[in-house]
Design a binder for this molecule. Structure first.
Ligand code: V47
Length: 375
C-alpha cells in the first residue's frame, strides 16, 4: 500500500495524471489522513487558502418528470399527483421577485422532464429572467434535460443550446451524470440519457463557448473502480475541451425514494470522495463541497480534504431536502464567510464563472477611502 502511495506522490509532484489503479488504491487506503494530505497539497498548490462561494438562488420550476430514477425523491411522475407542480413563466417571475436581493449573481435552474411543456416555455422562462433580473447569470438545465429537449422537439444538441443561449442561458449545471457505469445506470436510472450522451451535451456546450460543471452521484451500488472510471471519463473530456469549471461529488440521500434500504455514505466516505476527486481530476480547477448535500460541518471540514468551493447561499433547495437532508434552507453570506474563516481559509465571493465579486459595501468603502486621500 505504502509503495503505491509513494508512486502516487511522485506522480503528483511531477503533475502527472493518476491511473485507474491509483484511484482505486486511494479509495482503499486505510489511512484517510494520508490521502487527505496529498489532496490538500494539490488544493493549496492550485488555490492557496482561497475558498470560493457565491450568492445564488435555486429554482425548480417543475417537478413533473417522465424519468423514474430510483434515487430521486424530488420528481412527481404526473400532473395531478400530490405535490406535483409546474410554474407558469409568470409564477416563476413572482417566485423569483419574492426572493431576489440586489447583489445576487446567479440563478441555478434544474427541472423534471415534464412532457406537458413546449420548448417555448423554456425560452420564455430564460428571456423573462434575462429581462427582469439582468444581474443574474442563468446556470440552467442539466445535460439530461438538454438531451430530453433534443429528442422531444427534434432538435440537435447544438440547436437546443443555441436557442437557449439566445434566450439568456449562461452555463450548464453539472447534474444528471449520476455514475457513468452502464451496469449501475441500468439498475438506478435506466430511462435516462447514457454516459456518452451526457458527455456529448457538455462537449457541444463547450464548443459553443459555454462553461459547465460536472458531478458524480456516489453511495448507491457502485464500486470503487466504477467511481474512478467516472472521474477518468470527465478528465478525458476536460483534456479535449477545457470547459468544465468545477466537479461536485453528490452523496446519495435515501429518504423518500425507492432506494431507502441502501445505507447512505458515511462522513469518512464523503471526505474521501472529495480527496480522491481532487487527486484524480488534475485538469479541473475547482472541487465543490456542496454544503446542502454534505451538511455544513462536513463541507467546512472538506476544505482541508481538497475542496476549495462551498457553492452558495442557495436560498431555497428542494432536491436534497426532499431526500432527507437536514441542512438549513439557506446560509447568509456572513454565515459562509464565518465558516470559511473558522476553517483557517480565505473567503472569496465569486460569480458563476469564478470571477471575483467585490461586494457593494467593499466598493463603497474603497471609494470613500480614495476620495478621503485625494482631498
Ligand atoms: O442530477 C438527485 C442528484 C442532482 C438525489 O452544477 C441526488 O453547480 C443524492 O446537480 N441523493 C441535482 N443525489 C443537483 C446538482 C447540483 C447541485 C448543486 C450545484 C450544481 C452545480 C449541481 O442531484 C441530480 C442528481 O444527480 N440527486 N436525488 C439523492 N436522493
Amino acid at each position: 500500500m505504502d509503495r503505491q502511495l509513494d508512486s502516487i506522490r511522485n506522480k503528483l509532484e511531477a503533475q502527472e495524471a493518476l491511473s485507474l489503479e491509483d484511484g482505486v488504491a486511494l479509495f482503499e487506503h486505510p489511512n484517510l489522513l494520508e490521502v487527505a494530505a496529498l489532496a490538500n497539497q494539490v488544493r493549496e498548490r492550485l488555490h492557496g487558502q482561497r475558498t470560493y462561494f457565491n450568492w445564488n438562488l435555486h429554482l425548480n420550476s417543475t417537478n413533473i418528470c417522465e424519468a423514474s430514477c430510483l434515487f430521486c425523491s424530488f420528481a412527481r411522475l404526473e400532473e395531478g399527483m400530490p405535490q406535483a407542480y409546474a410554474m407558469t413563466v409568470k409564477q416563476a417571475r413572482e417566485w423569483i421577485e419574492q426572493r431576489y436581493k440586489p447583489g445576487m449573481t446567479e440563478i441555478h435552474i434544474v427541472n423534471g422532464l415534464n412532457p406537458n411543456l413546449q420548448f417555448e416555455y423554456y425560452e420564455e422562462l430564460l428571456s423573462m429572467i434575462a429581462a427582469e433580473f439582468p444581474a443574474l447569470h442563468i446556470k440552467a438545465f442539466t445535460a439530461v434535460e438538454i438531451h430530453y429537449f433534443s429528442e422531444k422537439f427534434g432538435l440537435s444538441y447544438e440547436q437546443v443550446l443555441v436557442r437557449l443561449m439566445a434566450a439568456g442561458l449562461g452555463s450548464l449545471p453539472g447534474g444528471g451524470a449520476e455514475i457513468f457505469s452502464e451496469r449501475v445506470r441500468r439498475k438506478i436510472c435506466r430511462d435516462k440519457v447514457d454516459a456518452r450522451g451526457w458527455l456529448d451535451v457538455h462537449r457541444t456546450a463547450h464548443r459553443l463557448g459555454l462553461r459547465s460543471n460536472c458531478t458524480m452521484l456516489y453511495g448507491t451500488i457502485e464500486t470503487a473502480a466504477e467511481r474512478v472510471d467516472h472521474l477518468m471519463q470527465l478528465r478525458s473530456l476536460q483534456d479535449e475541451t477545457g470547459g468544465f469549471q468545477v466537479f461536485i461529488p453528490l452523496a446519495f440521500h435515501a429518504d423518500g425514494n425507492r432506494m431507502q434500504r441502501v445505507p447512505p455514505p458515511t462522513g469518512v466516505d464523503d471526505l474521501r470522495l472529495i480527496a480522491v476527486s481532487r487527486l484524480m481530476l488534475n485538469n479541473i480547477p475547482h472541487i465543490k463541497a456542496y454544503w446542502i448535500m454534505l451538511g455544513v460541518k462536513t463541507a467546512q471540514t472538506a476544505l482541508w480534504f481538497g475542496a476549495n468551493d462551498l457553492d452558495g447561499t442557495v436560498t431555497e433547495e428542494k432536491i436534497y431536502h426532499m431526500a432527507g437532508s437536514r441542512t438549513p434552507d439557506a446560509l447568509s453570506i456572513e454565515d459562509i464567510k464565518r465558516l470559511i474563516r473558522a476553517a483557517g481559509r480565505e473567503p472569496i465571493e465569486r460569480d458563476t464563472l469564478y470571477r471575483e465579486v467585490r461586494s457593494q459595501a467593499a466598493v463603497s468603502s474603497e471609494k470613500l477611502q480614495q476620495s478621503a486621500s485625494s482631498a
